[in-house]
Design a protein around this ligand. Structure first.
Ligand SMILES: [Fe+2]
Length: 71
């Protein structure tokens, strides 16, 4: 854990790029969306809290292991 100095995890506002157990919609390129989520969001430290635009919060680690788009 890091960030905020109070023992809270780092957090990333991920908007509609990824949701718990799902992937956002791509307006231009699905392959680019997939690659960006994989290489930028899921590459964050495991305990990073992801804050999507819809649905429940999740961590990068949870999505790496439970999101059917990425395992
Ligand atoms: Fe949205």
């Amino acid at each position: 854990m890091s960030g905020f100095g109070g023992g809270l995890p780092d957090a990333a506002v991920v908007g509609d790029a990824i949701f718990a157990g799902s992937l956002g919609s791509a307006k231009a390129s699905y392959s680019r969306l997939f690659a960006n989520v994989r290489d930028k969001i899921l590459a964050l430290p495991d305990d990073t809290l992801l804050l999507p635009g819809h649905g429940p919060l999740m961590t990068a680690d949870e999505e790496k292991h439970n999101n059917p788009f990425f395992f």
